[in-house]
Design a protein around this ligand. Structure first.
Ligand code: ADP
Ligand code: MG
Length: 394
């Protein structure tokens, strides 16, 4: 896939609207991992050096179309200014006269960050009128938000109907590296899935089955699969509405000869604030599962050791709490020690790898969670499709 690159496009004096993925993990208003912001720097610095007026847009979290004080991008503007070493104007709205005024006074080479796109109901609906208002802010559009490329939203797809559109450097790099997972990956290919967004990700499990040799499932994701096997998961996070789909995935795997390995033990507690204790998977009782247990770590690690390609999305437990971080830490160490081509994607997964100081030992840290999963399962991401040149007419 060849994306239209911003690299040689004349940009001096032009207003350039740049979709970035600044959906950073936060605890209260503290940014716990700056990977996604640092990853966008090459494109931003290129545009500044070329004397463009740089207008950055991003979403943060899921405010569902209305302003929400704790999901403001303002703290990210402060972080970006310190990483760039130049001022960043934060504009507390997404479209409208206030934004046009702020862009009007932006110097060449200047940078502005607009407020959270998802405060506007038109963003996730890909409303053409909202896309047109976004496009009216600029002369050119650059998409560097690989982490949002699996969404057909106004800022990733709609806006490209109104502006000349290009891929940023991060977008191009992600696609070229992740292509190695799709085009004849060295076997055995092991995928590790975890995290909390089960309804978002369960469809991917089914489609991954004809790509991978083994699927290791931990984190909140595993609970729905355990339910499908008739295991009582007590008060654990699980999505009853997706049990049927999990059962179909298990049956599909068996038919294809793909191993799906689920936890055989777990660290459980009554609440997230309590200390954990390890139990066999059949003895969760009325407690909740917050991490995979040591026996599961050993089984997963043995599989990872033999892999030649590893793709990991989603933590193995509530790693934000020391009592439930050991499963994620141990699996991160196994992936880091493996001689395989290793890719880790997802905001929280990458935050875990960074906290554990293991990022340098991973072949590729992807800024996309859902996007990297959907790319690996072979789908055309809507945000990429609009950046590919149409075949030239004869
Ligand atoms: P990513 O951001 O890497 O794509 P997700 O957003 O899907 O991953 O999931 C990350 C979250 O999943 C973390 O905040 C973690 O605490 C949570 N999580 C992992 N395991 C469990 C579990 N057993 N129960 C509840 N939450 C869990
Ligand atoms: Mg997440």
């Amino acid at each position: 896939m060849k994306l239209r690159s911003i690299e040689h496009v004349p940009i001096a004096g032009k207003r350039v609207l740049v979709r970035v993925d600044f959906n950073v993990p936060m605890v209260e208003d503290r940014i716990t991992d700056d990977t996604r912001v640092r990853a966008a720097l090459p494109t931003i610095e290129h545009l500044c050096a070329g004397r463009a007026k740089v207008v950055l847009i991003s979403h943060l979290g899921r405010p569902k179309g209305a302003p929400s004080a704790d999901l403001s991008l303002r703290p990210v503007a402060t972080l970006l200014a310190s990483l760039l070493g130049r001022p960043v104007t934060f504009v507390p709205s997404v479209v409208g006269p206030e934004v046009l005024d702020a862009i009007g006074v932006l110097p060449e080479g200047g940078v502005a960050l607009l407020e959270n796109l998802r405060f506007e109901p038109g963003e996730e609906k890909n409303d053409p009128e909202f896309a047109r208002r976004l496009a009216a802010l600029a002369d050119l559009y650059v998409d560097d938000a690989f982490g949002a490329a699996h969404r057909a939203h106004a800022s990733t797809v709609g806006v490209t109907a109104f502006l000349p559109s290009y891929a940023g450097f991060l977008m191009a790099e992600e696609v070229s590296v992740l292509a190695r997972l799709v085009d004849a990956p060295p076997k055995p290919f092991v995928a590790i899935l975890g995290g909390a967004k089960v309804s978002d990700k369960i469809g991917v499990v089914t489609r991954l089955l004809d790509k991978v040799d083994t699927l290791l499932i931990g984190g909140g994701m595993a609970n729905t699969f355990l339910l499908a096997q008739g295991v009582d998961v007590g008060a654990s996070l699980a999505e009853a509405a997706f049990v049927e789909e999990a059962r179909r995935a298990l049956d599909g795997a068996a038919a294809l000869g793909v191993a799906i390995i689920l936890p055989s033990d777990a660290v459980v507690a009554e609440s997230i604030a309590d200390p954990g204790r390890t139990v066999p998977i059949g003895a969760v009782g009325s407690s909740a599962i917050f991490d995979i247990g040591p026996e599961t770590v050993t089984a997963f690690s043995e599989t990872i050791r033999e892999a030649r390609t590893v793709f990991w999305n989603g933590p193995m437990g509530v790693f934000e709490r020391p009592a439930f971080a050991e499963g994620t830490r141990a699996i991160a160490a196994s992936v880091a020690e493996s001689g395989a081509f290793t890719v880790v994607g997802g905001g929280d997964s990458v935050a875990a790898i960074e906290q554990m100081g293991l990022a340098a030992k991973i072949s590729h840290i992807s800024t996309g969670g859902g996007a990297s999963l959907e790319y690996v399962d072979g789908r055309t991401l809507p945000g990429l499709a609009v950046l590919v040149d149409a075949p030239e007419a004869e």
